[in-house]
Design a protein around this ligand. Structure first.
Ligand code: ADP
Ligand code: MG
Length: 323
């Protein structure tokens, strides 16, 4: 039987040669010690994944390791911060070796790709629950805040939207997809790609003003920017970049899942029109597509229009755990 301390040592403490080591003191003491780069601000965020709520029971451990960290990295991306380290609070029903090896494998593959070090955590027995707190750094005044959008800003989104929601709909048998299409769509659900490099370029170059990561659907998440910034917007629903699987679906499904899907982990950001060229260059530099999808306006509220500019009345709402 694996003790709590053996479990931590075997699966979460890593040899000095693995990954990146930046903490002044990592796992093993009462606290980790981080040495912030001089003059930088620390960006901090937590995200919890609960079995049956954020993932299906029996979900593959490696994918879960990836996703647990990916959703946290996505918050840093949305702030324009560089990943530094993270803690992992884990409740496990049992210390199962295959599960732990898979989970740690998925977690550290993504952590190493972003130079983000596991510096501590907590481990307890209980219903499967994964909570990561992530730390990043950003120069003062460069963070991409939700309250910074201004009338006249373009609204942009990164990558593509809706395939994760389409995959979820198929898994829940709300609609039918062919096997290959389901596999592709489900990849987006299980293995989201946090847009860290894009977020950092947007912040470093002061290209974007406001940003948020799209976890609960674009309309709902953009709504947070509008509310915090005290502005409104018009969104061109037919300009929204549908994921490759969703792009082959009927118009109504395409519109619903690009505008209000969820689990996309793309960035939605606003920027002055003078920044268009620089944003396209940043997009090319990090290999993440960006699309202009609307405009920030002084008039409160979110107005949806179709490709021809005609108003659309779609009942779309972001995901709300208590709604
Ligand atoms: P404490 O009793 O102070 O909570 P623990 O005995 O829980 O300390 O943890 C011992 C060390 O192992 C600490 O440095 C803690 O940060 C680390 N740790 C515990 N669980 C994890 C985990 N799941 N991942 C990474 N580090 C962990
Ligand atoms: Mg503890």
């Amino acid at each position: 039987m694996l003790s709590e301390f053996d479990l931590i040592k075997q699966y979460f403490v890593r040899p000095a040669t693995a990954g990146t080591h930046r903490a002044a003191l990592g796992i093993g003491d009462d606290c980790a010690l981080l040495a912030p780069a001089p003059g930088m601000q620390t960006a901090i965020s937590s995200d919890m994944l609960v079995e049956g709520r954020h993932f299906f029971a029996g979900e593959d451990a490696r994918r879960l390791g990836h996703k647990s960290l990916a959703v946290n990295l996505s918050d840093l991306a949305a702030m324009g911060a560089r990943p530094v380290g993270f803690t992992l609070a884990l409740a496990l029903p049992a210390a199962e070796r295959d599960w732990l090896a898979g989970f740690a494998g998925g977690l550290f593959a993504l952590a190493d790709a972003h130079g983000c070090e596991l510096v501590g955590g907590d481990t307890t027995r209980g219903p499967l629950n994964i909570c990561i707190t992530i730390f990043g750094e950003v120069a003062p005044g460069h963070a991409l805040r939700r309250d910074a959008a201004r009338p006249g800003d373009d609204i942009w989104v990164s990558g593509t939207l809706g395939d994760a929601r389409l995959g979820l709909a198929a898994l829940r048998q709300e609609l039918v997809l062919e096997d290959a299409a389901l596999d592709d769509a489900a990849q987006r659900l299980y293995l989201p790609t946090p847009r860290v490099a894009l977020g950092m370029l947007l912040a470093e170059g002061r290209l974007a003003r406001a940003a948020i990561d799209i976890s609960d659907g674009l309309v709902g998440d953009l709504g947070h920017i509008l509310e915090r910034s005290g502005v409104g917007a018009t969104l061109d629903i037919d300009a929204l970049p549908a994921g490759p699987v969703l792009a082959r679906q009927a118009l109504a499904v395409r519109r619903a899942f690009t505008a209000a899907g969820g689990d996309d982990y793309e960035l939605c950001f606003t920027a002055a029109p003078e920044r268009r060229e620089a944003i396209v260059q940043a997009s090319a530099a990090c290999g993440t597509a960006v699309t202009r999808v609307g405009r920030i306006e002084a008039q409160a509220g979110l107005r949806l229009v179709d490709g021809g500019g005609a108003p659309l009345a779609l009942a779309l709402a972001g995901f709300d755990h208590f709604g």
